[in-house]
Design a protein around this ligand. Structure first.
Ligand code: ADP
Ligand code: MN
Length: 175
């Protein structure tokens, strides 16, 4: 988005359980960027419609959510945390990070979150087939889409450091 925003907008995406919210929270503490947990934003602002029994999840009213987010995104300085990528306007984001997690580690994280059966399997398949990475590459210019491995606490720290360095460079390039 080529406006005169002071801070970039960052999309943190990936399969449920890869650590988007943990990384976004820590990043928002380290920077002046604001963390938008899209799932929470949708619930808090009644952007959910019916419940999908098959997938055991709520169906999102995307138009309502996009209208809500538009002015926030125009301000800049947002860390958007969501497991979907394809319905956001491309112009919103300066960079997209797709978090990745080893299948065994992801399985344990989702299991401890109480996921079972089809929901657990679908999410593991989503990670194995790199579904969100592919969607991200289709939805944004490939040169702004980065994969970050996020299995360990050491890696989450490295990832945050890397994103902070990128933010500093963005500020230099866009001042
Ligand atoms: P998401 O928002 O992508 O669904 P969360 O941020 O809720 O994932 O993380 C899922 C679980 O994994 C949480 O218990 C979190 O503390 C843990 N976690 C996230 N990233 C890491 C990491 N790099 N190393 C170890 N545990 C992690
Ligand atoms: Mn989350």
């Amino acid at each position: 988005m080529t406006t005169n925003k002071k801070d970039p907008n960052i999309l943190i995406t990936g399969t449920p359980g890869v650590g988007k919210s943990e990384l976004s929270r820590l990043l928002s503490e380290r920077t002046n960027l604001i963390w938008l947990d899209v799932s929470k934003l949708a619930v808090d602002n009644k952007c959910l419609e019916s419940y999908d029994q098959n997938y055991q999840c709520q169906i999102l009213n995307e138009d309502k959510l996009l209208d809500l987010m538009e002015p926030m995104m125009c301000e800049g300085g947002k860390i958007v945390d969501y497991h979907g990528v394809d319905f956001f306007p491309e112009r919103w984001f300066d960079i997209v990070f797709v978090l990745r997690t080893n299948n065994t580690i992801l399985y344990d994280r989702l299991d401890s979150r109480g996921y079972t059966g089809k929901k657990l399997e679908d999410n593991i398949d989503c990670e194995i087939f790199q579904t969100i990475l592919e969607e991200a590459k289709e939805s944004y210019k490939e040169e702004i889409v980065y994969e970050l491995q996020n299995d360990t606490l050491e890696q989450i720290n490295d990832n945050i450091n890397r994103i902070c360095e990128w933010i500093e460079q963005w500020k230099i390039d866009n001042q």
